[in-house]
Design a protein around this ligand. Structure first.
Ligand SMILES: [Zn+2]
Length: 385
């Protein structure tokens, strides 16, 4: 797999593919694998379950994709949907050259593989480069990793690796393919002689410098390929329309959701909540509404609103907005210029004066440990005197 294809797939499906899992297939299958993993992620997201891809491999000419869906005991419908995606991808892989992505056929033999006629005719020469230049390939990988780390970003392998004499252009192409392959595997955790394993973490954080298309380039692309934009435009227009026209509905759903979490004293699944909230909408509109609900909760505004009315505990509020302390909750209030109904000092004084029970004070700020709350009281009361 070429490094840029490997990274493109990881960017698209990062949440279900860990850096330790290699994409063990040839670059000719990158579109098939990328699409299959995206569909698997969508199936899991739609069902509100989290799964991980545990294995992607080309084995004896077949595409193998494994997940931990069974181990996690996901609902049968989800497991079936995942198998379906894999079978479909595997069918396509069976007639796609694993090397170049052209129409291919299964070549039987000691090592069954799917190849087009051209790639198959090159296979022996390719193997010869792999075996004959082992050391030079490792050396090129070491050099690539070093140069990229020095620049703080990935550079195209082609620009970094010079031709090793005496090799013709085709040989060099095989050589580069091999460097790509080894770098992808190394990134996922395999070993290259002479490369410090400790560099891997930094390497994983780097990406190619991608150039953003200008507005002008986009408008040219729109004229040339209108059909590519039509679907996306329609979808964006619908999202915009729903979010604007139903903003009030989204906000009241968000407030209701926070209160439901408060009642049950836990963070409820947003997806389930949305499914029940908008039963009459079709799947597409419902997804738009659930996404909007998700964004509204993440903004913190509805959560802070309910919290400042004493209707949800600080612990739940913090978990809903991902705040590590009550201080961060106040930061959200400030950033959104929201009115403040009670400050930490108010809580300390009310508890001290017996207007608020100690447990209530702990609960509303989300301070779970007794000693921590004592320290909180001492600090605020000392500050007042
Ligand atoms: Zn081919």
């Amino acid at each position: 797999m070429r490094l840029e294809h490997d990274l493109a797939i990881r960017r698209a499906v990062g949440s279900i593919l860990s850096d330790d899992s290699a994409l063990g297939v040839g670059t000719g299958w990158h579109r098939i694998v990328g699409r299959a993993l995206s569909e698997i992620r969508e199936a899991a997201d739609e069902a509100g379950v989290h799964i991980a891809i545990t294995h992607v491999e080309s084995r004896r000419g077949s595409l193998v994709i494994r997940t931990d869906a069974l181990a996690r005991r996901v609902p049968t419908a989800v497991a079936d949907a995942i198998s379906e995606v894999w079978l479909h991808a595997s069918d396509r892989a069976g007639m796609t050259c694993e090397q170049c992505g052209a129409l291919g056929f299964l070549i039987n033999g000691d090592e069954p593989r799917v190849r087009c006629a051209r790639c198959e005719s090159e296979q022996a020469a390719r193997d010869a480069v792999r075996q004959g230049f082992r050391e030079q390939i490792a050396e090129a990988c070491r050099y690539c990793i070093g140069v990229c780390l020095e620049h703080g970003r990935l550079l195209p392998v082609e620009n970094v690796v010079i031709q090793v004499a005496p090799m013709d252009e085709t040989g060099h192409r095989f050589f580069l393919d091999e460097v790509h392959e080894r770098l992808c595997w190394w990134r996922a955790g395999s070993w290259i002689e002479g490369v410090d394993e400790a560099l891997r973490t930094r390497f994983r954080k780097m990406d190619f410098h991608r150039v953003q298309a200008t507005a002008e380039e986009w408008s040219i692309a729109r004229v040339l390929f209108p059909e590519d934009f039509r679907e996306a435009d329609a979808r964006n227009a619908l999202i915009e329309d729903q979010r604007t026209r139903r903003a009030g509905e989204i906000r009241s759903a968000a407030l209701a959701y926070v209160r439901a979490c408060a009642r049950e004293r836990r963070v409820l699944g947003l997806e389930d909540f949305g499914q029940r909230r908008w039963p009459r909408d079709g799947a597409v509109k419902r997804k738009i509404m659930i996404d909007a609900l998700h964004d509204d909760i993440a903004s913190g505004v509805p959560v802070m609103d309910v919290w400042q009315r004493f209707e949800v505990s600080g612990t739940i509020a913090r978990r809903l907005v991902g705040a590590s302390s009550y201080g961060n909750l106040y930061r959200i209030l400030r950033d959104n210029e929201m009115p403040v109904a009670f400050r930490p000092g108010d809580i300390a004084r009310w508890v001290h004066d017996g207007k608020l029970r100690r447990e209530e004070g702990m609960d509303i700020l989300g301070i779970e440990s007794g000693p921590a709350f004592d320290a909180f009281l001492a600090a605020w009361l000392a500050g007042e005197q």
